[in-house]
Design a protein around this ligand. Sequence first.
Ligand SMILES: *Cc1c(COP(=O)(O)O)cnc(C)c1O
Length: 341
Amino acid sequence: MTGEIDWGNLSFTFTKTDYNVRCYYRDGKWGELETSSSEMISMHMAATCLHYGQEAFEGLKAFRGKDGKIRIFRLEDNAKRMASSADGIMMARVPDEIFIEAVKKVVGLNKRFVPPMESGASLYIRPLLIGTGPKVGVSPADEYLFMVFVTPVGPYFKEGFKPTNLMITRKYDRAAPNGTGSIKVGGNYAASLVSGNLAREKGYSAVLYLDSKEKKYIDECGPANFFGIKDNTYITPESKSVLPSITNKSLIALAEDLGLKTERRPVPYEELETFEEVGACGTAAVISPVAKIDDLDNGKSYVYSKDGNPGPISVKLYNKLRAIQYGEEDDKFGWITLIED
Ligand SMILES: *Cc1c(COP(=O)(O)O)cnc(C)c1O
């Protein structure tokens, strides 16, 4: 019952909702969308997702505006990215139409779980594609399950939009240069658990990874993209092992709209010294501003916020993106899919 949900105190954890939707790929084709109220999946014990990592996921959000309307942010972009993840680990592609219909359907079926605007919370949408067909030898499955569940999540920053600290270590990599870093697969996350945990134990919010080959360039910031701002320019790394964040792409468009220059290019480690503002970006937090980066290998520290507040451009970008998501600002880029009440 939604009566039991304390909208103001949700965190990023699983809360049961009414329905999820599922679609099966069998005999070379996708079936009909099915609705389920079960949280369980039944599958063969030799399913390829369990043994050989045939698993890809997406993450996006729906927001309830002041007008009560529900808005899903950049749905088509997530559909396309999941197709590219499927290609990357040889899974059946979910056609864009099925992806879009599934997300709209599951949000529509769970409208009562889309938090009210005042709470700052939102409905997190988790599409998942897994190889379910049995294989013992290493090869792609013949059968797949695509499913989408939703769960209400709290605002990322409970006490407001606050900068956190990152650490650099050269002892761990997230993804190899010609590996799977640019697709959204569970394997990349498994590979980052040890280093991510180490960071949290030491009081950092995430590891800032350098490129795996030369350790000369900035790569990714755990499960988020990196950006730096200086001289009125928004700069983000170009790298084959960075996941193409839809939030980052949106911030680039908004930065240009605000009159900033934008650059997507390799970012040398030495450039950390020159940034005026630094942040991590992704669906969960939009922008997670960075106060300080400690390089644990050479003892250097790079400070971007001394007073515990985010920089002015980060604040502007954050507010602008949130305003579009909550329908307070015109959707001039066509990023919003409305769900009718
Ligand atoms: C999902 C993800 C991001 C953020 O992407 P968004 O589309 O902005 O949510 C960044 N890095 C990694 C590794 C990711 O998996």
